[in-house]
Design a protein around this ligand. Sequence first.
Ligand code: SAH
Ligand code: SF4
Ligand code: F3S
Length: 419
Amino acid sequence: MENIIKDIDIISGEEDTNSDFKVTAEENTGKAKRLYIESYGCQMNFSDSEIVASIMKETGFDTTSDFNNADVILLNTCSIRDKAERTVRKRLSQFNQVKKANPELKIGVLGCMAERLKEKLLEEEKLVDLVVGPDAYRDLPSLVSLAEDGQKGINTFLSREETYADISPVRLNSNGVSALISIMRGCDNMCSFCVVPFTRGRERSRDPHSITKEAKELFDQGYREVTLLGQNVDSYKWSSEENNKARLNKKENEVSQVVYFSDLLEMVANVDPKLRVRFSTSHPKDITDKVLETMKQYENICNYIHLPVQSGNSRVLEMMNRTYDREWYLDRIKKIREILGENCGISSDMIAGFCSETEEEHQDTLSIMDIVKFDFSYMFYYSERPGTLAEKKYKDDIPLAVKNVGSRRSLTSKVPFHL
Ligand code: SAH
Ligand code: SF4
Ligand code: F3S
């Protein structure tokens, strides 16, 4: 039975998902040392690796696509599901061999796994020299030199303000046409299944002027499409006095001007009518009619919304702490159709087998697919994450085989699997 379950896993595409990583390209500008970065997880992580490459470039590192030629190997990791972490651990043991042949090589873990496991990672993965959380990348040069001196470098401090606004990312894996622009960091929602608030910290919005400046520079370099990135872009909220969402909410009356996501969209759309603007991810509780109206008003804002539903059942949604119910979600879809028409692309994320979910409740998730007719959806089975609200409050009681059967059923309806 165990083996069958493993096979189903592979069929469900999760193996592919997790081996889906990006690697730095070869760039030789005559620097003395070489950096190899492998990035896992979401687009935010891919975007962060571009910031990391930029910081490391300043300290004398060119990038390489071959880890055998690297002086430093960094893995920018994801913790969203157990399997994502297992993949990285497997990869680290492969790099162990490389390190044996080249003991001078330094290996670091960045991103969400670094943040979640902190010094435990140094103890568990003996070959790791560096552990650096998502808000500590400015510290990388000094941590790398610590490692070069034979010590361990660790910084997993989570900032309330850091947005790396002033750092001009080195574009990795670029096709010269599309680029990612990070507009916010962290997440203040506490979806009970999700590890992100713990690994990425509190929500902060990036200065809109630095965002438009970056978009303009990209346009001038020939790029024609930007994707504005955040865990919850509709929650974007910035003022020159305060960029931390929770603090800004408390002193909203004291600040001069607040920039919301609809304002930011407009500012980026105005960079040039020939620049296509996309964004991801939207949260059903936060996406406003104003955002939809702005999309309608600007031809160059693409008619596509990634609006994860997670579950089609209101009881499960409540347990997930998504703060909306089935009716609310369907009402948002109705509004999208009303304002942007039937041609607006809509995609989703869904989780099967959340704690205590019944077969009937799972059917509600399937029925929402029939109603909305998503253009695609990322399909996951629930993976309990340590420290999350669900792990503390609920029992992970749906057998893996049942959760996976859900995934297989969806696969047959030609829904791609991905992160
Ligand atoms: N901020 C985005 C999602 C980021 S994580 C949002 O709120 O929509 C990407 C997706 O991973 C989530 O939408 C969810 O479907 C899935 N996911 C998150 N935690 C999970 C877990 N513990 N088990 C299975 N899937 C999970
Ligand atoms: Fe996780 Fe929810 Fe935040 Fe998305 S909105 S990152 S699912 S806590
Ligand atoms: Fe993974 Fe962290 Fe992104 S957990 S999905 S890399 S925010």
